[in-house]
Design a protein around this ligand. Structure first.
Ligand code: C2E
Ligand code: MG
Ligand code: MG
Length: 333
């Protein structure tokens, strides 16, 4: 048994390594990773369906452990698989019964603290568990494909709200910033769909900001650059979310047609430590040299606001200015 486990581990490690190597698809370099779940006969099941089901549960545990990992099945996973399947069912009900809503967090110009725009943040009003934030359910929705329906709803609702604000305040010139999922970003009709939505709600394309992450852009860098140029061509603004947490490759940063660079919250929270200040200063300088607007996420305190302003950041977001709000709590003047 011991020897068998060691061999299994060696095989999966080799598989993970091979699968993580970049693949050349013509002119495009494609990066991928795998998550592997392992169930062994007879310890984890005595029939093929049972083994496959348990290997599947182990695979989700591997994904949760950060992807590019493997996991052996254990009994705790059975409980997690049940919780997951309950969540999947609840998500379908949520979609059907309109349990989702959007919160809007102001993005502020640091120079005068005036509102530049609003980031839309997804919320789920679960009938039993109360308000749920995206980190507790989006990964499951991405895995089972429900994300497509949620994405559509988010994009639609964000544009509808912007249009409503525009009707109420003729001079509405704020931006609406929408977080994209990986699947949505690589969906073939993305550009046409967004174009039709903008037309439907009579919005200027420059009012819409789409937020992507480095990981999303890097999944298929060739297609990402192409799609981003098409979106830019339409006049839509592109923002790189959570900059500093992923690859943070300057080579790719130069290739992506971006407008805004969002510095990840942890940098802002660590402000004050001299080396971090120097790091943030160089990120801001590089971004500004590339003609990007620099936005600091997660500003919670006065000194963070003052320091980010001093370091040359133009935009900010965080509890210091405002938490995410219901649309009804936003009074535009
Ligand atoms: P994100 O886009 O980086 O959003 C910023 C997160 O930081 C939000 O968490 C926001 O509520 C929180 N935040 C804002 N100000 C502060 C602050 O001062 N301090 C701290 N500690 N946190 C602050 P939230 O709403 O839980 O969203 C988490 C992530 O879920 C988002 O990160 C985004 O990646 C994703 N997400 C949110 N809405 C959507 C959506 O509609 N579609 C997709 N695909 N992803 C979404
Ligand atoms: Mg965001
Ligand atoms: Mg962010």
């Amino acid at each position: 048994m011991e020897r068998c486990t060691a061999t299994t581990e060696q095989i999966v490690q080799k598989l993970l390594h091979e699968l993580s190597l970049p693949h050349d698809l013509g002119s495009i370099q494609f990066n991928s990773s795998a998550s592997i779940g392992i169930a062994q006969f007879p310890t984890h099941g005595t029939s093929a369906p049972e083994l496959i089901k348990n290997a599947d549960a182990a695979m989700y545990a591997a994904k949760l452990a950060g992807r590019n990992q493997y996991s052996f099945y254990n009994d705790q996973m059975r409980q997690q698989a049940i919780a997951r399947s309950n969540m999947e069912f609840d998500l379908q009900v949520a979609d059907r019964d309109n349990q989702f809503n959007l919160a809007y967090q102001p993005i502020v110009r640091l120079a005068d603290r005036q509102i530049y725009g609003f980031e839309t943040l997804l919320r789920w009003q679960h009938p039993l568990r109360g308000e749920l934030k995206p980190d507790s359910f989006l990964a499951i929705a991405e895995d089972n494909g429900m994300i497509s329906s949620i994405d559509q709803w988010v994009m639609h609702s964000a544009c509808q709200q912007a249009s409503l604000w525009r009707q109420q305040h003729g001079q509405f010139s704020f931006k609406i910033s929408v977080n994209m999922s990986c699947r949505q970003f690589l969906q073939p009709n993305l550009v046409q769909d967004i174009q039709s939505l903008l037309a439907k709600y009579q919005l200027e394309s420059s009012q819409l900001i789409l937020e992507i992450t480095e990981a999303m852009a890097m999944q298929n860098i060739g297609q990402s650059i192409r799609v981003m140029y098409e979106l830019r061509e339409l006049g839509i603004l592109l923002s790189l979310d959570d900059f500093g947490t992923g690859y943070s490759s300057l080579t790719y940063l130069k290739k992506l047609p971006l407008n805004i660079l969002k510095i990840e919250q942890s940098f802002v929270h660590d402000l004050g430590v001299e080396t971090d200040n120097a790091l943030i200063k160089s990120i801001i300088d590089i971004g500004r040299n590339m003609d990007l607007l620099i936005l600091a996420e997660g500003i919670e305190q006065q000194h963070q606001f003052e320091l980010m302003t001093k370091l040359g950041c133009q935009l900010g977001q965080g509890y210091f200015f405002s938490p995410p709000l219901n649309s009804t709590d936003i009074v535009l003047t």
